[in-house]
Design a protein. Structure first.
Length: 239
């Protein structure tokens, strides 16, 4: 494979994975697989190109704009969307492009703020642990919400292929993301959440999800203690 061909595959992979942070994997992968000339695996990594990369890029951009914009409008309560507003937006390509650019800028700005606050620990068993206090960055009923921001953070740190688990938190929320490769190293978000439920369920701790993506909520007064307890489960003392 030529260097330029591999560079295009890497670029398109980056584009696809950014959309996964916004739309989630199911919608994103389904849309990519409808695009002629590109093959991907279940993580969104491009495995093959059989058409001109420029044409594929153009098709992908158009495929993603409308659902990204609709999702963004729904997430941002400041826009107070009505059915009429949705219809107006979907039927106006210029407006879709404007709102899409606005959404991308907001996500990029939020990610930049989060990365400046990120703390990274490399464990002895080869896992990267990332913790980020997203207080003031992710706000309720505003874009980007904690889930979309966390997806972007996780993809940023995991893009080199190293087993990576990330935790984002506020005084009332803790969210978990991890690569599948962390499971072989003993990581399990379910075990962490179940253990926290056992210890803090009587205090109002709630949470759930699956082994590589979970979230939890709890009363503010227990925030620091719960975060500390969770991190001790994945970062051994003296690591």
């Amino acid at each position: 494979m030529s260097q330029s061909a591999q560079e295009y595959k890497n670029l398109l992979t980056e584009v696809i994975k950014k959309q996964i942070t916004i739309l989630g994997p199911d919608i994103t992968l389904a849309k990519v697989r409808k695009t002629k000339g590109i093959s991907i695996d279940d993580t969104g990594t491009v495995t093959g190109l059989s058409a001109e990369p420029a044409e594929i890029t153009k098709q992908l951009t158009e495929q993603f704009k409308e659902p990204v914009v609709v999702d963004y409008i729904a997430d941002d309560s400041e826009k107070a969307p009505t059915l009429e507003y949705y219809e107006k937006t979907i039927n106006d390509k210029h407006l879709i492009s404007e709102i899409y650019a606005e959404q991308q800028t907001k996500l990029k700005d939020a990610l930049g703020k989060a990365l400046r606050k990120a703390k990274v620990t490399e464990t002895k068993n080869g896992m990267r642990i990332v913790t980020v206090d997203v207080t003031g960055i992710s706000k309720k009923n505003a874009f980007p919400g904690s889930s979309k921001l966390h997806n972007a953070i996780q993809i940023h740190f995991a893009q080199d292929g190293k087993p990576t688990a990330s935790f984002i938190y506020t005084s009332e929320m803790l969210s978990f993301r991890a690569t599948q490769t962390c499971l072989a190293l003993g990581y399990s978000a379910n075990k962490i959440v179940d253990s926290l439920k056992a210890q803090y369920g009587h205090c109002g701790f709630t949470g759930g999800g699956h082994n590589v993506a979970s979230s939890s909520r709890f009363p503010k007064e227990y925030g620091k203690e719960i975060l500390s307890t969770a991190l001790k489960m994945v970062i051994p003392d003296g690591n």
